[in-house]
Design a protein around this ligand. Structure first.
Ligand code: HGY
Ligand code: MN
Ligand code: MN
Length: 416
């Protein structure tokens, strides 16, 4: 595989301009984005991405889960494509770069290949995976999970949001149900470029993260049922308080994660209280526990401890308790050959780099099941993400895209 010369770089300003242009769609309230999956803003962002891809000479395919595939042809039409993928959907209080950087850096790789007249044996395909975040419709990485055969299309299209809207109906409403069978595409390799969403690269002063592994995750949705009652006139010993149960379990989740340090995290991020009235003791609370570890044994142990703690708290307070796993993947090991190629590209470009384990989940974690897959990361300011103040420098964005460019072109095989 011939490698590009170290002076072959992407166009940093063009990538940054595209990121700032996309950030105008689905703006947040504090400088970030609220472009949640299957909203009108998501659709607007998809249309912009499609226009840009077609202007760069790509043809756009869409599958039945709304996954978008912009293809730059290779010289050998029978050669399996090299994919570059991430996501355009954001958290409700998301940043401008989580996911978007990976999709638009993929487009920038295509634009740069066009500028330099680079021909490759394998086609190159830039991908936008539907509903990576799982914020509106759990679980996260839903459409890449269907593509990889982890979820059925029927399960995915039946998922509902907090307002009871159904995934399949929302995908139809925004007009992004494609005619391709999801999962039918075969891949030579898949690359995902992403901000780290943690503090390590910035703290270590490294420009590039060579992602060797991804930590595993459980999302456990817990429903506690007690009894609605008056917060003023109900004696303390007569209360069946689901809100108190949720609070105690939230504390236990934190303690369990702390007991498994290092390499373990746990929190409760989404809570729905019923009836959510100031002067009614909550008769029902539904909340999701998010626990993660790169170590399988720790991940499994934490799940067991959380479930036992939840049932013990419920028993103590006389609450009903049901637990439903609504998201899961085991720790992931990315393709060693591609990891080596990413590391070599960073070295060739004279960029500081380190191996890193991804703390966040990504579409790459699922695609790794069906194709050789690897991730590249750039630092983010204070490691902050899933917050509208998420920030990266233009230089960080460009350096990671340079590594992506080199590794993808080398994998796709330069011709001529
Ligand atoms: O939850 C995650 O790790 C990803 O950001 N969806
Ligand atoms: Mn992401
Ligand atoms: Mn995210």
């Amino acid at each position: 595989m011939t490698a590009l010369g170290a002076n072959a770089r992407i166009d940093s300003a063009r990538l940054w301009d595209s990121l700032m242009e996309m950030a105008k769609i689905g703006p947040g309230v504090a400088g970030g984005n609220n472009r949640q999956t299957l909203t009108d803003a998501d659709s607007e962002g998809r249309h912009l991405f499609q226009r840009w891809c077609e202007a760069a000479g790509c043809s756009m395919g869409v599958d039945s889960m709304g996954n978008m595939f912009a293809t730059r042809p290779g010289t050998d039409p029978d050669a399996l494509p090299v994919y570059i993928g991430s996501h355009l959907d954001t958290q409700p209080t998301g940043g401008k770069f989580d996911g978007v950087l990976g999709v638009l850096a993929g487009l920038e790789v295509v634009r740069t290949m066009n500028d330099l007249g680079i021909k490759t044996k394998h086609p190159v395909v830039v991908t936008n995976w539907t509903n990576e975040e799982g914020a509106r419709f759990a679980p996260a990485m839903l459409a890449s999970g269907v593509f990889a055969g982890v979820h059925t299309e029927e399960y995915a299209k039946g998922r509902t949001d907090l307002e009871g809207k159904v995934f399949g109906e929302e995908l139809k409403r925004i007009g992004w149900v494609g005619d391709e069978k999801v999962g039918a595409r075969k891949m030579h390799a898949m690359f995902e470029y992403h901000i780290e969403q943690g503090p390590i690269l910035e703290a270590e002063g490294k420009e590039i993260g060579v992602v060797t592994h991804g930590q595993g995750l459980w999302w456990l949705e817990i429903t506690l049922t007690g009894k609605d009652a008056h917060t003023g006139s109900t004696p303390m010993n007569m209360r069946v308080n689901a809100g108190l149960g949720m609070a105690r379990i939230t504390e236990r989740v934190h303690q369990i994660a702390m007991a498994h340090q290092p390499n373990a995290v746990g929190a409760v991020g989404q809570v729905t209280v019923f009836p959510n009235s100031r002067n009614v003791i909550p008769g029902k609370v539904v909340f999701t526990v998010d626990i993660r570890s790169p170590e399988q044994a720790k991940l499994d142990a934490m799940r067991g401890e959380v479930e036992r703690a939840a049932h013990a708290v419920a028993k103590e307070l006389g609450l009903g308790c049901s637990i439903e796993p609504v998201g899961h993947f085991d720790p992931v090991t990315f393709d060693p050959t591609l990891v080596k190629r990413v590391r070599a590209a960073a070295e060739r470009l004279g960029l500081s780099h380190m191996d890193i384990v991804s703390g966040a989940g990504h579409d790459a974690c699922w695609i790794n099941r069906v194709a050789p897959t690897v991730m590249i990361m750039c630092p983010c300011v204070d490691g902050l993400s899933h917050n509208e103040a998420e920030e990266i420098s233009q230089d960080w964005a460009a350096r990671g895209a340079d590594v992506l460019f080199h590794a993808v072109v080398e994998t796709a095989g330069v011709v001529g």
